[in-house]
Design a protein around this ligand. Sequence first.
Ligand SMILES: [Zn+2]
Length: 326
Amino acid sequence: MTKTPSRLLGKFCLAASVLVLTASSLRAQLNAYFINVGQGDAIYLEFPNGTNALIDGGPSGEPVYQFLKNKGVTKLDRVLLTHPHSDHYRGLKKVFNSLEVDKYYDTRAENVDAVGDNNLRELAAAEPGCRTLYPEPGSELKWDSNVTVKVLNSCTEKVLIHDNNENNNCSLVIRLYYNGTGILLMGDAEGSVEDAMMRIYRTGLNSTYLKVAHHGSRYSSTAKFLARVQPKIAIISYGKDNVYGHPHKEALDRLHAAGATIYTTLGGTQSLTIPAPRKGVELMVNGELDVAPVSLTETPSFNMEQRPFESADAYALQQLKAAEAK
Ligand SMILES: [Zn+2]
């Protein structure tokens, strides 16, 4: 049987529509903004599918609010709190009070030192239509069908913790992967969590971009962890003259030794772009290089971060092990 022109035309139309669909789904880029919030973290993500996410809100509401306002953002598809320390959650209160939030992601860590201050879960519950989720380590967040968003660490069972490193180690660690390029967002996780993640995740830590853990603390970013991540760009979020002496020289030295170029939020918000797949994968960082790590050799004598380097952490690591066993 010979093919009629109309059947051929039909086939052509089908092929053409597949091409158009493919082209449009590959069109968009992934943008990440590391907002200058002083001593704290706040990261705004724009996904290729047009949705967004805010990871942490910094220590006060105004910087993150102004950033979102300037971008014209009125609705957040997701807000994620890495862990209940005030330099991460306090700014989110204004976010909940001023913007529409669709989904709220949290750990089950309770900071007993933050009574009356950390009411994010209540704010999320009061937000019309907002769902609260507690993602498990090893799970994937379906935020964009073209971007893999994997949860690498969390405390998904309730733990009562103080304003300390155990709290840091409950940090939701997530890795985004798009167009062959990884972005690893460490929260304030420390060396013991890095060790555990290396054991549990045989692959999938390698990331071109690393949001350095815990504002460049010496108790994170171990040499062996950086050897696995192989970051080309390291972004450190911290505030000028902070009492912790962040970032610490030891961490900066290890990042440099690993071959990473270091950017910080000190001079302003840093941003990066992962282009659509057909546009290649050259590094696109829009911001200023941190040019003076050598000036940070002095650690203040009142540094609150002086303590032994811990090899294990009860709550966080037990939960991570439980995830491994699944
Ligand atoms: Zn912090």
